[in-house]
Design a protein around this ligand. Structure first.
Ligand code: 5GP
Length: 207
């Protein structure tokens, strides 16, 4: 079975990432999500194992020691990490896999030359980002400040990504991602012969 694609997705906190991922999963049933681990508090409406695996600092640090993470980083004063097992398992089983990361995580993956489609989702403006964060009503003033600061760092690093999408209307952003995935599927590097006669031609090698 051919391996799936990893979709590496970053979005400053408050960009509308949760809704976006929900819509993507509805549109693409074979899209899996590498649930990250975090030491931050669970928010109202979040589910253990679906949004994150919520763990203690001690447990997270022991996972770091046991090399259980593809990458991990401290974001907004809390640990966040992508489990090596869940991300690789999905790809090996032929599924496309979303890995959601902050910019530090993306830097780590680029250093590892981790193969994937790197996408950053930006808000239409920083003013709008702050408005959305405040509207959410889940963050303290200090946490809003930190998230805005982190958001600015993500905007600055947009060149680390293959695609930059501005999330104005979430349905349009979903359609953009579906188009990107469609284009990736038909890339020459992903072509697999569809019949024995084509396979025989390809075995002959290029002219
Ligand atoms: P939130 O607490 O709002 O869900 O996420 C805060 C930040 O942590 C976001 O920028 C998000 O992209 C990042 N994040 C979530 N999971 C991971 C992860 O596994 N690794 C890294 N490096 N960042 C993550």
């Amino acid at each position: 079975m051919p391996k799936g694609f990893a979709l590496i997705l970053s979005a400053p906190s408050g960009t509308g990432k949760t809704t976006l991922i929900k819509l993507l999963r509805e549109n693409l049933p074979d899209l899996k999500f590498a649930t990250s681990h975090t030491t931050r508090q669970i928010r109202a409406g979040e589910k253990e194992g679906k949004d994150y695996f919520f763990t203690s600092k001690e447990d997270f640090e022991s996972k770091i020691k046991n090399n259980e993470f593809l990458e991990w980083a401290e974001v907004h004063g809390q640990y966040y990490g992508t489990s090596l097992k869940s991300s690789e398992e999905h790809l090996e089983n032929g599924y496309n896999n979303i890995i959601e990361l902050d910019v530090q995580g993306v830097k780590s993956l680029r250093k590892l030359e981790y193969s994937g489609i790197y996408i950053i989702i930006l808000p239409p403006s920083m003013e709008e980002l702050e408005r959305r964060l405040r509207k959410r009503g889940t963050e303290t003033e200090d946490s809003i400040k930190r998230r805005m600061q982190n958001g600015r760092a993500e905007v600055k690093n947009y060149k680390l990504y293959d695609y930059v999408l501005t999330n104005e209307v979430v349905e349009d952003t979903v359609n953009d991602i579906l188009s990107i995935l469609q284009a990736e599927k038909v890339k020459a590097s992903h072509y697999r012969p569809t019949s024995p006669d084509i396979e025989a031609i390809l075995k002959d090698g290029a002219d």
